[in-house]
Design a protein around this ligand. Structure first.
Ligand code: NAD
Length: 248
């Protein structure tokens, strides 16, 4: 049986599917991932551009990278893989998405329960007075400065994304863990599974023996435990899986 059909067969009988997504699911929306060739880390060393103490020391480096990413995110649209996850929710199959992404594309595709392990680029905080800012407001500031500062107290403004050396929000992490432990199928999409602690979450399936489907361009460390592994582009694979479901 072909792999799309095998995945469709697994999905067909399930009603509490949890998807775990990484940067790879948004590549076909025009947002590069970090580690693939052409990815952001080829040009920006994460220790200088995306680490918390580096942000405090060289905020201009972070903002140079983030502004570039933010521009891509603001013009990006959900692709067929995001849309397929929304379809699975509307069919009463998928209940939760746990994402490492900060691009808001799952919500824009129509999924209602999206747990953002690495925060969101939609809002930002002044690190001095804690005032919250909308992305649009910060984008306006970025038209005239490289490093946006709080108009009230001149503090550094930081998007509400989790940088290296920062921990994912504890409540979101715990909720994600509970969702995975209760899942009847886990679908992992577009993650190298190498950014910790987020990547530890899908590894729970090793102990729970929950069925797993992995869709990724390259092999991952969990392939051995997966029931179905499909290597390729998520935006091409998911429409084929949805089509195979309609033919069962
Ligand atoms: P990663 O960059 O480590 O891995 C991405 C994986 O996706 C790779 O294994 C790659 O082979 C695969 N991939 C690339 N294109 C694909 C496609 N079209 N279809 C299927 N698979 C594809 O990403 P990660 O595991 O999410 O970790 C990187 C960190 O970067 C995360 O913490 C995330 O927060 C952040 N990030 C987010 C965005 C975003 O919000 N869109 C973009 C870049 C990085």
């Amino acid at each position: 049986m072909d792999l799309h059909k095998q995945a469709a067969n697994l999905i067909k009988t399930k009603s509490n599917i949890v998807a775990f997504t990484g940067a790879g699911i948004s590549v076909e929306s025009g947002i590069p991932d970090f580690r693939s060739s052409g990815g952001l880390w080829e040009r920006f060393d994460p220790n200088e551009y995306a680490e918390y103490s580096a942000f405090l020391k060289w905020p201009e480096k972070f903002w140079t990278m983030h502004s570039e990413l933010a521009e891509l995110v603001s013009s990006a649209e959900p692709n067929p893989a995001h849309q397929a996850l929304a379809t699975l929710e509307s069919m009463g199959k998928l209940t939760t998405i746990i994402t490492q992404n900060i691009d808001f594309l799952h919500q824009r595709a129509g999924n209602s329960r999206v747990l953002e392990l690495h925060g969101t680029g939609e809002t930002a905080t002044c690190l001095s007075c804690q005032k919250q800012y909308e992305r649009i407001t910060v984008e306006k500031m970025l038209k005239s400065v490289i490093v946006p500062r709080c108009p009230d107290c001149n503090g550094l403004i930081k998007p509400n994304v989790v940088l290296f050396s920062e921990l994912p929000p504890q409540d979101v992490f715990e909720e994600a863990k509970r969702a995975l432990l209760g899942a009847d199928l886990v679908i992992i999409i577009g993650s190298s599974l190498s950014v910790y602690p987020a990547a530890a979450l899908p590894s729970l399936v090793i102990y729970t023996k929950t069925p797993v489907i992995i869709v990724n361009e390259e092999p991952t460390s969990l392939d051995y435990y997966a029931d179905v592994v499909i290597n390729g582009k998520a935006g091409e694979i998911f429409p084929l899986i949805i089509k195979a479901m309609s033919e069962l």
